[in-house]
Design a protein around this ligand. Structure first.
Ligand SMILES: NC(=O)c1ccc[n+]([C@@H]2O[C@H](COP(=O)([O-])OP(=O)(O)OC[C@H]3O[C@@H](n4cnc5c(N)ncnc54)[C@H](OP(=O)(O)O)[C@@H]3O)[C@@H](O)[C@H]2O)c1
Length: 338
């Protein structure tokens, strides 16, 4: 590990220490336009050199492609890294563009076997329920997940986009190590109830899309104009049309703070998420996604930035001014049920 290695944080109340920033691997196979496999492999290696140890995927990313893509990297570094994957978004064979949310025990049982096979590992370090199927009691879902722990197929349990109530109910069945939800300068709805519940229960928060899916970096302004036809971000209300123009204007304070610190907007966005650990008093391990080694350097270096009160005064008001929801269908999120 290099002298630039990042600090660590605890994953769950009694969990292992992981690098305080993880790596989101989704874009290497899915959702954000074409990816270069060699560059993605180099990105994984660079992340590990920088002290990143939590690598995030899901069975739904490219219908298993992302898990398969990670298998050789995991084989080469099994004792150095933790792999997090997820179940719940089932893809109907007759329509690969659709996702059906499934939390029922038979589905979970077959999903875990498929993920273990594609990742080519004996055990999944952190297994998340990706989305909540409200037709299945969360206790029943977590009951099966707990069996997977007892059977040695999974080490720790996580939940993505759950409400505070769902988290508490789940935690009563089996300790939950991590909640993965969207959290960034643009998306702060989880601060109302989910974050306090996680703090009370000793659950680590794993913010996804901490760079606002790239929008906070300024790398695109209008998804419909700047991104390829198959890019998932074109479906997101805040990244197109009048919303995109209004939201791009909100990035001015991010650039101001970046100049103060000799940093990039991406680094300020990440520093803000990292700083929520001390603001809210719980471990926070964001998982920015990138397919570029140099961006791993840039993103991990954000762990060395401390924002001042004056910086936070400029950045904190941004989220309330964002126009457009974070998903077209908010029932897909905890905020849609909270
Ligand atoms: N649980 C869930 O429901 C859920 C939902 C979404 C995502 N996730 C997970 O969270 C991870 C991260 O979220 P995300 O990928 O949606 O969004 P993100 O991390 O907010 O942003 C990723 C985007 O930002 C770009 N980027 C990264 N670093 C940059 C930098 N320094 N400068 C400029 N652009 C930069 C990336 O492009 P390049 O790749 O080209 O660098 C990519 O387009 C995913 O990989 C996935 O594992 C989970």
């Amino acid at each position: 590990m290099s002298e630039h290695a990042i600090p660590t944080a605890t994953l769950g109340a009694d969990g292992p220490e992981v690098g305080v920033q993880g790596l989101g691997c989704m874009g290497m196979s899915f959702a954000y336009g074409p990816a270069d496999a060699d560059a993605s492999r180099a990105t994984l290696e660079r992340a590990l050199e920088r002290g990143v140890t939590l690598f995030d995927t899901a069975d739904a990313y490219g219908a298993g492609d992302n898990e398969r893509f990670l298998a050789p990297f995991l084989a080469a570094h099994r004792d150095e890294v933790l792999i997090a994957t997820k179940f719940a978004l089932s893809i109907p064979p007759d329509d690969p563009t659709r996702r059906i949310v499934r939390n029922d025990p038979p589905y979970i049982r077959q999903a875990v076997e498929a993920s273990l096979r594609r990742l080519d590992v004996d055990v999944i370090d952190l297994y998340y329920m990706h989305r909540r199927d409200v037709n299945v009691p969360v206790e029943e879902t977590v009951g099966v997940m707990a069996e997977l722990v007892r059977e040695g197929k999974v080490k720790q349990l996580g939940l993505s986009e759950v409400t505070a109530g769902e988290l508490r109910a789940a935690h009563a069945v089996h300790p939950i190590a991590a909640v993965q939800s969207e959290w960034s300068l643009f998306s702060r709805d989880i601060e109302a109830a989910v974050v306090p519940a996680a703090r009370d229960l000793g659950v680590t928060l794993v913010p996804y899309s901490p760079l606002g899916r790239g929008f906070l970096t300024g790398s695109f302004t209008d998804a419909a104009k700047d991104l390829t036809q198959d890019d998932f971000r074109r479906t997101m209300p805040r990244f197109t049309g009048d919303n995109a123009a209004a939201n791009a204007a909100l990035l001015e304070p991010v650039r101001t703070v970046a100049e103060r610190h000799g940093a990039t907007p991406a680094q300020v966005a990440l520093a803000w998420v990292h700083q929520q650990a001390s603001v809210h008093g719980l471990p926070v391990v964001p998982i920015p996604g990138t397919r570029s080694p140099s961006r791993v350097d840039e993103n991990t270096a954000a762990t060395r930035i401390t924002l001042t009160e004056a910086d936070l005064d400029l950045l904190d008001p941004i989220a309330d001014k964002v126009t457009g929801t974070r998903y077209a269908d908010m029932s897909f999120t905890s905020a849609g049920r909270e």
